[in-house]
Design a protein around this ligand. Structure first.
Ligand code: BG6
Length: 295
C-alpha cells in the first residue's frame, strides 16, 4: 500500500507520513503517550509517555531502506536471533526487521492506542524461511508500552524459532546505569572468547557488554543514576534476555552508529533465545509479550 493509500485508509485513526528514506511511518498520540512506528520492520522508533521524555534511543546514523535494519528503537528479531544457525548468508537477527509490514488496524481510547501489524510472508528470503506462518505484532501505547509478538504456525511441520524484541533504551549516562533483575542468572558472554558465567548482583555497563541470559524470571530494571527515571521491563512467555552495549571500539566500527552513541543507550532485549528457543506445532501459536513501564 502506498503512503497516500495508507493515509486515506487510516484517516482519523493515526497520522501517516513519509519518514526517513521515504519509508511509511505512523504516528499515534493519546492523553497518556505518543509513539512512532515505521512499517519497515514494524519498528517502534519513538515512545514518549507524558512527562517522561523519549524512552527509546535512535541512532542519528541509521539507514532507512527496505532490506536494511534500522539502528535503534525496537527491532523485531524473528524468526531467528543473532546468526542463522544453518545459512551463513542469511541476515543477522532474522527477517522481520527488514520486511515491509502490513498495518492492520489502529484503535484508540482516551489514554491508549492499539496498533496491529502483520507479516505473513518473507518475499525474496524464502530460501532461509519457507514456512507458512502469520506474525501478529500488537503495540499498545499508553502510560505503559505493551508489545505482543504472536507467531502462528500455519504449516504442516513444526516450526523452531528464536526471537527478541531488541529494545534500545535511551539513558542519560551509561556509566551511571545499572540493569537489575539478573542476579543469579546464567549467561553466555558473546564478547571476545566468550564463555559463560552467573551474574552476581546488578549489571553495571563499563565495557563492551553482549550477554545472553537464561532463567530470567524477575522484572528487569534499567536504573539510570543521571536522570530521575527508572524503566521496568516485564516479559511473559520468555525466560531469556540480552544486555548489549557496543562500548567504544565497536561503536566506531559500526557505520550506522555514532562513535559516542554507546554513552546514551543500553539494549535490554526481551527474548526467546538459545535454550529458550520455541518449537511451535502446526496450528499452534506462541506469544512473546513485553511490558515496559517508566517511573
Ligand atoms: C545483540 C547481539 O542482540 O545485537 C549482538 O547480542 C549484536 O551480538 C547486536 O552485535 C546488534 O546486532 P545488529 O545486527 O543489529 O548489528
Amino acid at each position: 500500500m502506498t503512503i497516500d493509500e495508507l493515509k486515506s485508509k487510516f484517516a482519523g485513526k493515526c497520522i501517516v507520513k513519509e519518514g526517513p528514506g521515504g519509508l511509511p511511518v505512523i504516528g499515534v498520540c493519546n492523553a497518556a503517550a505518543s509513539a512512532e512506528i515505521c512499517l519497515m520492520g514494524a519498528h517502534l522508533m519513538s515512545y514518549v509517555p507524558n512527562g517522561r521524555g523519549e524512552v527509546l534511543w535512535m541512532s542519528s546514523q541509521s539507514s532507512f531502506e527496505v532490506g536494511k535494519a534500522i539502528r535503534g528503537g525496537i527491532p523485531v528479531c524473528w524468526p531467528w536471533f543473532s546468526k542463522n544457525p544453518m545459512f551463513e548468508d542469511a541476515p543477522m537477527h532474522g527477517l522481520a526487521r527488514i520486511m515491509m509490514w502490513e498495518l492492520v488496524d489502529v484503535f484508540s481510547t482516551e489514554k491508549q492506542t492499539i496498533v496491529k501489524l502483520a507479516l505473513n510472508a518473507v518475499p525474496g528470503y524464502e530460501q532461509f524461511w519457507n514456512y507458512r506462518f502469520s506474525l501478529e505484532y500488537t503495540i499498545t501505547v499508553g502510560a505503559t508500552l505493551t508489545l505482543s509478538l504472536k507467531t502462528t504456525n500455519k504449516d504442516d511441520r513444526p516450526m523452531h524459532i528464536t526471537q527478541a524484541l531488541h529494545t534500545y533504551f535511551n539513558v542519560g549516562d551509561i556509566t551511571k546505569v545499572q540493569v537489575e533483575g539478573l542476579d543469579g542468572c546464567s549467561y553466555l558472554n558473546k564478547v571476545g572468547d566468550g564463555g559463560t558465567g552467573v551474574r552476581q548482583g546488578n549489571r553495571i555497563i563499563d565495557c563492551e557488554v553482549d550477554e545472553v541470559y537464561q532463567g530470567v524470571k524477575r522484572t528487569l530494571v534499567v536504573r539510570d543514576g543521571s536522570i530521575p527515571r527508572t524503566i521496568l521491563v516485564n516479559n511473559f512467555n520468555s525466560n531469556s534476555a540480552v544486555v548489549w552495549n557496543p562500548w567504544i571500539a565497536k561503536s566506531q566500527r559500526m557505520a550506522d552508529f555514532p562513535d559516542d552513541g554507546y554513552k546514551t543507550m543500553v539494549c535490554v532485549e526481551s527474548g526467546n533465545v538459545i535454550d529458550d528457543a520455541r518449537d511451535i506445532q502446526p496450528g499452534e501459536s506462541h506469544e512473546l509479550l513485553a511490558v515496559i513501564t517508566v517511573k
